[in-house]
Ligand binder design. Structure first.
Ligand SMILES: Cc1ncc(COP(=O)(O)O)c(C=O)c1O
Length: 374
């Protein structure tokens, strides 16, 4: 990997997400009033619900013990119930990143290909390369959809895995469901499809968006990944999962780490699934924050793309690195979008007071903002 790409991934925070060297953060934690305002990693501004925090507290008595098979099975059962599947279709991971890694090991090897969009969440690409597979990245369409025609053209007999991040990080966009179904039906029978739904809860159901867990296709090539990191506010505990046919799930599990999900993470995730009232509240908070962002951007006549997530991709028409440094000097961390989109920034939604601070810093950006305006 080139050093510019490594540096870029560090700024992006993928170091932390993919279990590589962690992103340098100037001061204490997001919760600390002295620390920077963290709008850089798409984490929940609110953290876990009170009920989940309580479950973590109770579980600390078990911290000296290895995770029990029974508690992991209890979490898998809970997930299976939510999605109306059988527990043997659930694959637990230390974050959904681990499920991405398992999929790359199970579906790829030297001589095979991963086909994905660009830009997209980069962890799978890193794991794919480590298997010796090659990676084909097709730029998103002008509407920020996956370019499914291009991806189909590249998904030949040696394509082992197609990655669909929907909604997509870092663009916050969705690719229409009907197009995805047509695309999947045309892929070679030997090619697996990983649908990453890390931001599912933020996307409102519509004719354009439906989860492949809520409206499944009966297709053993499909693996859907989900995470407890975002809406449930558990990014630091590392727990996620994949859902696939029982046979595909068994193939994935063969590459999992034994006891990967910690006792505290298991207890927290079980409590999070149970706390549906808090889930609803977190979704509403995000919907309100997203609308407020749109309104505030509008008052500044900023051109900006729709978001189906808890973050926005914003074209600044200026070097992103300079914009990011300005925010950093104002104690606010934001992220770049990708190496090739070098004038775009990605802004995660924070609490109202954090977003007010973001806009105050925006207003003092030393750039010509006329190009950004409508
Ligand atoms: C699209 C996408 N997939 C997966 C992940 C990894 O999530 P986890 O924390 O579950 O490993 C992230 C993290 O930000 C993400 O943005």
């Amino acid at each position: 990997m080139s050093s510019s790409r490594r540096d870029f991934l560090k700024i992006l925070g993928i170091g932390a997400a993919a279990g590589m060297s962690a992103q340098p953060v100037p001061a204490a934690s997001a919760a600390s009033s002295a620390g920077p305002i963290r709008l850089d990693n798409n984490e929940s501004a609110y953290g876990p619900s009170e009920k989940v925090v309580e479950a973590i507290r109770v579980a600390d008595a078990e911290a000296g013990r290895f995770p029990s098979g029974a508690s992991a099975a209890q979490l898998a059962d809970g997930i299976a119930q939510v999605h109306h599947v059988s527990p043997d279709q659930v694959v637990l991971g230390a974050g959904s990143t681990e499920v991405l890694r398992m999929a790359s090991c199970a579906c790829l090897e030297s001589g095979k290909q991963l086909v994905q969009a660009s830009p997209t969440f980069p962890a799978l690409e890193l794991y794919a390369r480590s298997t010796g597979a090659t990676v084909i990245s097709d730029p998103l369409t002008p509407r920020f959809h996956h370019d499914l025609d291009a991806m189909l053209a590249h998904a030949g007999a040696s394509a082992g895995l197609v990655y669909i991040c929907n909604p997509n990080n870092p663009t916050a966009s969705i690719t229409p469901r009907a197009d995805l179904e047509k695309f999947i039906s045309r892929l070679p029978g030997s090619c697996y499809i990983l649908i990453d739904e890390a931001y599912h809860h933020y996307a409102e159901p519509s004719s354009a968006y439906a989860s492949f867990l809520d409206q499944p296709l009966n297709d053993p090539r499909i693996i859907v990944s989900r995470t407890f990191s975002h809406i449930y506010g558990l990014a630091g505990l590392r727990v996620g999962y994949g859902i696939a046919s029982a046979e595909t799930a068994t193939r994935l599990r063969a590459f999992g780490t034994v006891n990967a999900v910690s006792t505290l993470a298991i207890r927290a995730a079980i409590a999070a699934l149970d706390d549906t009232a808090s889930l609803k509240e977190f979704v509403k908070k995000n919907t309100d924050a997203r609308q407020e962002f749109v309104n505030t951007a509008l008052t500044r006549s900023i051109k900006q793309r729709e978001s189906h997530t808890n973050f926005f991709a914003v074209e600044t028409f200026n070097p992103a690195i300079m914009v990011i440094q300005h925010f950093r000097a104002n104690n606010i961390l934001i992220a770049p979008v990708s190496l090739s989109w070098d004038t775009w920034i990605r802004v995660s939604l924070g609490k109202p007071e954090e977003m007010n601070a973001f806009w105050r810093a925006w207003d003092t950006l030393p750039i010509d903002k006329s190009a950004i305006r409508h």
